[in-house]
Structure formats: C-alpha cells, structure tokens
Design a protein around this ligand. Structure first.
Ligand code: FDA
Length: 298
C-alpha cells in the first residue's frame, strides 16, 4: 500500500462527516426506503437482483433494536408490494446482540418469521470475530424453525474452513466473503494472498456440501477461480450466485451478468450510513484519492 493510501486510511476516522458522505454516497442507496426501491429497480433493469440492508449496527438500546425490526418489516412488505427481486441482509448487533443474545435472537426470529410468511430469504451478516460464535448459534437456532435463513463466512478467519465443511454438510445457504473486519493474527490471516487461497479452499468445502453458495467478491481472480472450481466439481449454476456491493466495479457486474450468472447487489440504505461508509472507504482509499484529484483539477 502506498504511503498516501496509508495516510488516508489513518486519517479517515478524523475526517468530518460531510466529507465522508461526499465520497461514500456511491455505496449507499440513500436515506429512505424509496431510495432503496429506486436503486433495486435500476439494478433489476441491468439483470441483477438485490439484498436490501437497513443500515445500523452496534445498537445498545432495546428500543433502537425494536425500531430496526420494524424497519425490516417495512422493507419486507415493500419487496412484495413493489415486486422487487430482492431479499434482506441483517446485522446481529443491529438486532441487539451487544445487549444480549436472547434479545437479538428474539428480534431476528420476528424478522425471519415475517420473511418466511412472505417467502423472502434472510441473510444474517457476519460482523467482527467477537460475534462469530453467537451469530452461528443464532443462525442454527433459527434454521431449526425456518428454511429461509442463511449466514456468512469470512475467509480471513482461520476457523472458516472447518465452519464451511460443517455448514456445507448441513446444507446451509452460505455467503462467502473475505471479511472486512481486521482481526488479530492469532485468529485471522493477514496476507491478501493467503486470504485469497483460504477463500478458494472454503469455497471448495461449500461446493462439496449440499447448500447454496453466494460468492461475495469483486476480486476478478477469485471469480475466475470460483467458475473453474464449479466446472471442475460439476456444480450447476443453480447452486451458486455472485454478490457485489453497491458502488463497487459496475463493469465487472455487467461481465458476470452477461456471462449468464446470477448476480445480487448489496443495497444498504438509511440514516445510519457513517460506520458502513468508513469501512468501505478504509477498504479502498483510492476512491478518496481519485475524488480529491478530480476535485482539485476542476
Ligand atoms: P478486494 O478487497 O481484494 O477487492 C477486489 C477489487 O474490488 C479491488 O481491487 C477494488 O478494485 C475493488 N474494491 C473492493 N472494495 C472496494 C471498495 N470499497 N470500493 C471500491 N472498490 C473496491 N464482510 C464481512 O465481514 N461480513 C459480511 O457480512 C460481508 N458481507 C458482504 C456482502 C457482499 C455482497 C459483499 C460483496 C461483501 C461483503 N463483505 C462482508 C465485505 C467483504 O468481506 C470484503 O471486505 C469486500 O468484498 C472486499 O473484498 P473483495 O473480495 O472484493 O476483494
């Protein structure tokens, strides 16, 4: 990473909110559900489907967790009313995991039950490693009651190959990603090349299992590896999809869609856009750099 990029990464948390918003708006559909609906409609016009995320995390007040449940109910009703090709993604700490696992599970159950009634799938996002065990426990508890729920594995974590084997055998619907949270070396790989290979190995374990796999990456090398692996292992197109984040590499999105693969875009919306945006910008400071260059060249 260049010195400029390193400086940008360090300075980001100190940057005023309005500047973060200026650079981050490409990653977020907008503040309102209507903004998300318009974005999903546009993506559907490009041959994609979506997973809608109500922005919010690290909730410390049960009232706020209840508001998040209500917001998801509204999203679910809107998906049906507006005939959107979309499911939803939910963060455990937004459901109250930071307050207590029982509360988070009870809130998640309400969301999953309502989604089940409407025939919509729910993805439980994976947050930092302090939440992994609880998230998998909650997923397993919900899976006993409902079939419309799946979880996420992060290739970065050393435990993931074993989780992928177990969940794959159980037929879980897994989203596999690299993992965005920086974790201690004792539990996570740090080198990008090792994370890439860990992704390939976890994917192989999932393909060997019985479940559906969502391959969430913008890394073209990994997409190529995934396609080669699927062909080698005889995994049909109907057993996997690709997933990408809103605002990241639309050209690659088009390439995947025109090759006939299912492509789902993660569409976050809402007023709690700041932590999500900071993570995205930290991941790719080139965006800030390109933005600043364009700004000063005007
Ligand atoms: P990598 O970071 O190497 O990026 C590959 C290329 O993509 C880069 O060269 C760059 O061109 C482009 N790119 C990547 N990120 C960019 C950005 N922010 N802005 C602009 N360009 C960018 N993580 C997690 O811990 N828990 C989760 O639940 C999820 N959920 C999730 C859902 C979906 C649909 C996606 C696509 C990703 C996630 N992630 C996630 C995030 C994931 O773990 C990872 O941090 C990002 O996808 C970036 O990793 P890549 O595999 O894309 O590779």
């Amino acid at each position: 990473m260049s010195v400029v990029n390193r400086l940008l990464k360090t300075a980001l948390p100190l940057t005023p909110k309005f500047i973060v918003r200026f650079f981050a708006k490409r990653y977020v559909a907008g503040d309102s559900l209507e903004d998300a609906v318009n974005t999903v409609r546009r993506l559907m016009g490009e041959g994609c489907c979506a997973t809608v995320d109500v922005l919010g995390e690290a909730v410390r007040n049960p009232e706020l967790a209840a508001q998040a449940v209500a917001a998801y109910r509204e999203v679910l009703a809107t998906i049906i009313e507006r005939k959107l090709d979309a499911n939803i993604s939910v963060k455990p700490t937004q459901m109250g995991l930071g307050i207590g696992e029982d509360l988070a599970l009870s809130n998640l159950r309400q969301v999953v039950a309502e989604a089940a009634r409407l025939g919509i799938f729910v993805r439980i996002d994976m947050e930092d490693a302090t939440t992994t065990e609880a998230t998998l426990r909650m997923y397993k508890a919900l899976r006993q009651e409902f079939s419309n729920v799946g979880v996420v594995l992060q290739a970065r974590l050393r435990r993931t190959l074993s989780d992928a084997r177990n969940l794959g055998q159980e037929g879980t619907n897994v989203r596999l990603c690299k993992g965005i949270y920086l974790e201690p070396r004792a539990i996570a790989y740090e080198e990008p090349e090792i994370i890439r290979w860990a992704f390939v190995h976890a994917l192989e374990a999932l393909f060997s299992g019985k479940g559906y796999v969502a391959i969430a990456t913008h890394d073209e090398w990994l997409i190529e590896q995934a396609l080669a692996l699927a062909e080698k292992m005889g995994v049909p197109k109907e057993r996997f999809e690709f997933q990408m984040l809103l605002g990241v590499d639309p050209a690659l999105r088009r390439i995947i869609v025109s090759a006939g693969h299912k492509l789902r875009v993660y569409v976050p919306f809402g007023s709690h856009w700041y932590p999500y945006s900071v993570r995205r910008l930290r991941e790719n400071p080139n965006i800030i750099r390109a933005g600043l260059e364009a700004f000063f060249r005007r």
